[in-house]
Design a protein around this ligand. Structure first.
Ligand SMILES: [Ca+2]
Ligand SMILES: [Ca+2]
Length: 193
């Protein structure tokens, strides 16, 4: 990544030009969220790898604090949001996979002492289309755009995650609930659509 574009991303985050929240305070420290993407057109046309970067302000300067490891791109940009109403923001990454048709996917990361920790379930995928095989984590919280979202369903001020996709005239719907540590499957339904 170019340092120039990184500087620009930090400047944008500080100015809050985006409607997503890009800056937060945790235990008196300031954290700034940005992202990047890398095109890998040589190996796989159109597929992009990217990630989330969090900088911490130390002595008035941004210092790289944490970087995501999962397979994410920048179809949509991550933002800070307090998903469990405890006053500490989580990172919510809600993006558009595009190519698969099941095209909304969600990752959530929770602040954990010296890093952000993934609290939504992933599966490990291996890509053999590269000359050296690459393993990466991909969220299983992926479904049709209009059926996949975050919502507080039971009114306890903690966001549930709904993942839905159509199969013929049936809607498969899974609801995930935060158990204090991570999101786990709570309800699984088949609905005539
Ligand atoms: Ca929180
Ligand atoms: Ca809830």
């Amino acid at each position: 990544m170019e340092s120039g574009s990184q500087k620009l991303a930090i400047k944008e985050a500080l100015n809050e030009t985006d409607k997503l929240k890009k800056i937060t305070q945790i235990s008196g420290s300031t954290y700034i969220l940005t992202g990047y993407q890398e095109s890998n057109t040589e190996n796989k046309p159109g597929r992009r790898f990217g990630g989330i970067l969090v900088f911490k302000i130390e002595n008035k300067k941004p210092v790289l604090f944490w970087e995501s490891e999962e397979y994410v791109n920048t179809g949509k940009v991550a933002g800070f949001r307090d998903i469990n109403n405890d006053g500490i923001d989580e990172i919510v990454w809600d993006y558009d996979l595009g190519v698969t048709g099941r095209n909304n996917a969600i990752y959530i990361y929770k602040f954990d002492k010296d890093k952000f920790r993934l609290i939504t379930p992933i599966e490990i995928e291996e890509s053999s289309k590269f000359s050296t095989s690459i393993k990466y984590g991909r969220t299983i919280l992926s479904g049709d755009n209009d059926l996949t979202y975050m919502k507080d369903i039971d009114g306890d001020k903690i966001q549930e995650i709904v993942v839905g996709y159509r199969e013929g005239n049936i809607i498969n719907r899974q609801t995930y609930k935060f158990n204090g540590q991570e999101y786990k499957l709570w309800k699984e339904e088949k609905i005539k659509g």
